[in-house]
Design a protein around this ligand. Sequence first.
Ligand code: CP
Ligand code: NVA
Length: 308
Amino acid sequence: MAALPAARVTRLLALAARLKTLRRRRALHQPLRGMTLGLLFEKPSTRTRVSFEAGMSQLGGQSLFLSAADIQLCRGESVADTARVLSRYLDGLVIRTYDHTIVEEWAREATIPVINGLTDLCHPCQALADLLTIKERKGRLRGIKLTYVGDGNNVANSLIEAAAQTGMAISLACPSGYEPDPRIVREAHAAAAGTGASIELVRDPLLAVKEADVLYTDVWISMGQEREQNRRLKELAPYQLNERLAKEAKPDAIVMHCLPAHRGQEITAGLLDGPQSVVLDQAENRLHMQKAILVELLARRGAMDSRH
Ligand code: CP
Ligand code: NVA
């Protein structure tokens, strides 16, 4: 998996902010007229699905939701054949699936842009949108300390990449056996050398939250891990994001969660619904950032095609 270059992240942030302003003014901006985006989801989704579908429609295009259970893929048709056929109909494809190698196979076989809408390994659209939220609230990204407490899962992995590309200081407190992906951490350390970022993995959540500008957590049981529920609830219990931890962060720290949340598990209701929480802005910014991703990938490609 290769992280986006830092310059592209900066460009996407600027474009997302512009698209957000246009949306606030209800200004019509439809660079994707005539284009169709497919969404092929093997896991449930509220935010990712709806923000991509609404975003595509606001940009003048259309979207087509493809439940994996309703297409021939579920009867054994290969990813390669499906990807090549769908590439003849569509202009872009969002895939939400389990193993990360599946989305890589889609990207290899399709001849249209393939966007990762979440895999077991990472959730890049979420992290890009979160950068927009942090920048809006804190005015900058470089030097901002983000503390992630809990399961070192797909969301944590993408936040590590996002921090490394933008010069943030990320500190993660995860119990033994729940650390983020070692390859992503290694690659992030290498990227950090060029951006001034820092990546720290600790066991003690109280240590991790010291002086944090951003407090972040995610569910303890991700989609597909339901059978591990009992073990996860027990082993992650000391890693709840709660008021005791928040007291150690900066007084103006913001509280983030990608949602859906489980109040009383990974986060207390008091924090999730309290004055420091920015979770609804986070959810809204999925729309603006994903519109930027669509414009960047589809409009440019459309412009290139029309020259041929
Ligand atoms: N945060 C997020 O990706 O939510 P959904 O699972 O609802 O898409
Ligand atoms: N880690 C969670 C994120 C959901 C948006 C999951 O994969 O289920």
